[in-house]
Design a protein around this ligand. Structure first.
Ligand code: ATP
Length: 439
């Protein structure tokens, strides 16, 4: 993880927020390459979830009527048990003590040093509060949403009626969520500001488990299609103790982040029954029912939810992709980000072999042509070997080199990141050649 964090900073993927002020607690900024990678992840999700007949998109606001969070149970119950140590002033989650380390030496679990004095656990609400309007009084308290899902539930009828949707159908959205986590950390794994990609699928009661199974399988397949390796992915079924009181079933897609983190949740697939819509009916006094006209039936739909973190998936992709390897015939090895070409921040890098004989000009023309179809980088600095290494490290799948032969026969060399294979391709075919391989 340390190597990855350093690469992410050095190569413009991810920076600590407000770094020149010493940073701020577990919030990160995506740099030029990170933002491209995360956008590709979000686009993949949107295309697979919304570009289908039975799901539509939504972009709800972050600030909502505070009653929403009373109805959803977050005001009363979105809490983690917090313990403090009176001696070292450390602060820990009481239910995750086994994962925590006390700042005293030697490193031990909090409570295991003789000197430790842990307080009784107290409940700590994870929602960020702010004020709406000019008065900082309790009447104007609003929350930064801790999940995007509630924006979907409160818009259920707006979407269903305006789009004349018939159950079963889903509503999907991507957006920021905020949680005042007690123990954030592990880079972008657990942060206080993050992005969720959530979909709520509304179904007739009684058909919910069938839909749950379908979405569970579809979501695992999505992660496999990103190129995450099969051995690093597995389901974790929530046990009776872990299951939220309203949930009928819940599975997490977990990914093996390696090291001390091991397998951790990256996505949750939940059967939430009619809990959310019924709660909002009660608190708002508005009926949130669906009328099934052909069958003359009226009911509150059940909900199957898929909820995945864009940042956590981005981290999984980076962890999965990072490798160091020896190169035949060279003393120095190389660092490669073996990201699937479709997700790579830069698709192709274009190099003139030398800075003369019209090679830079020809390279620039190729960059201009490719740029209309994909992200490209132009690099003329340093040896060709160094330029390859720079691109390998950020996961660029193809490097295109213009050499003395190029001007004569209008061909270039295309070098593939993983196999290192090189092929001569005519410039007129280059775009199509690359496009066919960016999957
Ligand atoms: P955890 O047990 O890790 O706190 P959770 O069960 O509270 O997660 P959900 O509420 O199900 O998480 O949120 C769905 C997804 O949102 C998670 O699978 C994860 O990818 C992402 N997510 C949740 N909290 C965070 C966070 N603090 N930082 C980054 N991503 C998060």
């Amino acid at each position: 993880m340390d190597k990855l964090v350093s690469l992410c900073k050095r190569r413009g993927f991810i920076f600590q927020s407000s770094e020149i002020y010493g940073g701020t607690g577990s919030v990160w900024d995506y740099g030029p390459l990170g933002v491209e990678l995360k956008r590709n992840v979000k686009e993949r999700w949107w295309n697979s979830m919304v570009r289908r007949d039975d799901v539509v998109g939504l972009d709800a606001s972050i600030l909502m009527n505070p009653r929403v969070w009373e109805a959803s149970g977050h005001v009363g119950g979105f809490v983690d048990p917090l313990v403090d140590c009176r001696v070292c002033k450390g602060r820990f989650r009481a239910d995750k003590l086994e994962d925590a380390r006390c700042p005293q030496k030697p490193s031990k679990q909090p409570g295991q040093h003789d000197a430790c004095q842990l307080t009784e656990p107290r409940q700590f609400n994870l929602m960020f509060k702010t004020f709406m309007g000019p008065l900082e009084e309790s009447a104007s308290t609003v929350y930064l949403r801790p999940e995007t899902a509630q924006g979907i539930f409160v818009n259920f009828l707006n979407v269903q009626q305006s789009m004349r949707q018939k159950v079963p159908f889903g509503i999907a959205q991507i957006g920021k969520a905020f949680r005042n986590e007690i123990t954030p950390g592990n880079f972008i794994f657990r942060t206080r500001e993050f992005e969720q990609m959530e979909m709520q699928f509304f179904v007739e009661p009684g058909t919910d488990m069938e839909w749950f199974e379908k979405w569970k399988a579809a979501r695992m397949q999505w992660h496999l299609d990103l190129g995450l390796s099969t051995e690093r992915l597995k389901f974790h079924q929530h046990t009776a103790g872990e299951l939220a009181h309203y949930a009928r079933a819940a599975f997490d897609v977990t990914f093996d982040f390696g090291g001390t983190l091991g397998f951790q949740e990256i996505e949750g697939v939940h059967n939430r029954a009619d809990f959310d819509l019924t709660q909002h009916q009660t608190f708002s006094g508005k009926k949130l029912e669906y009328f099934d006209q052909p069958n003359n039936k009226r009911y509150v739909p059940y909900v199957v939810e898929t909820s995945v973190g864009a940042d956590r998936v981005t981290l999984a992709i980076l962890v999965n992709a990072y490798r160091e390897e020896a190169v035949e015939g060279e003393d120095e090895g190389r660092v490669v980000l073996g990201i699937a070409p479709s997700l790579a921040p830069i698709k192709a890098a274009v190099f003139p072999l030398t800075k003369k004989d019209g090679q830079p000009e020809m390279a620039r023309r190729i960059v201009d042509d490719l740029r209309t179809a994909m992200t490209v980088d132009y690099d003329e600095a340093g040896s060709i070997g160094k330029r390859y290494r720079r691109q390998d490290e950020v996961g660029t799948p193809f490097c295109v080199t213009i050499d003395p032969q190029s001007a004569g026969d209008d061909t270039v060399t295309v070098r593939e990141r993983d196999s290192l294979a090189q092929e001569r391709v005519s410039t007129s075919q280059l775009r199509a050649y690359l496009a066919a391989r960016l999957v």
